[in-house]
Design a protein around this ligand. Sequence first.
Ligand code: ADP
Length: 264
Amino acid sequence: NPHMFLQFNITLFGRKDRLIMVHDVTRLKHLEQMRKDFVANVSHELRTPLTVLSGYIETMQMGADALPPRWKRMLQQMYEQSHRMGNIIKDLLILSRLENTHNDKPKRVQISELLTAIHNDAVALSGGRHKIELQIDSDKDISGFYNELRSAFSNLVFNAVKYTPEGGKVVIRWYMSQDHGCFSVEDNGIGIAPHHIPRLTERFYRVDPSRNAETGGTGLGLAIVKHVLGHHQAELRITSATGKGSTFLCDFPARCLLNAPSAQ
Ligand code: ADP
């Protein structure tokens, strides 16, 4: 059975002793697995009905010109909300895949290639409304999982664009700090009040739920980031000031890094 061991060194009346507690966590593990399976199954099962609904909505939109304006607006709302539900389901599936332990081996993830792709996507998302800079100051790569890192880094970069008003600036950087590899995304957008910061990586936690519709987010992005970084033994650090902007830093320890393949 899986057990949790807790060891304490204690000093009693000048005598040094060690206290060991053993706790059987079989039941806890089992409940946790049931929760994971449940989320995975529900998200999976919701996909089919949603695909059918979205299909019909799109078909109806093709003939929308003949409809009264009020119905047309309702149809547009149905389209947007079903699209949002699709995004939530997609993110939930990504999260469940991350939670269910995988045995794949880490591979070289070429950072300059990955960041260039993400930078291009961000420029497209911004549509020219932001200045988006990419600075690659280290030629080290990461030993890890390409799709996971792509999804985590994209979430951070897209958030920076989403939560920065028009005319703002986003800087994406990859650099070394001592022997650690740092991926950072800095923006000069709306920022986050300090008391929200510790809770940001919780599922569905959002600072301002009334902005939901506006930004089209799911509240799952940073939960995904946290899981991906955990899988890479990396850490997320958030610094922010309301009205000034935010920096999201992913800190990769030396053991996750690979030297650039030597030029042949
Ligand atoms: P969402 O889908 O809502 O963006 P996330 O999990 O990615 O969900 O982020 C959680 C919340 O953190 C967001 O709703 C937003 O309030 C806040 N947030 C994330 N990134 C930034 C940022 N760069 N600037 C300001 N607020 C941010």
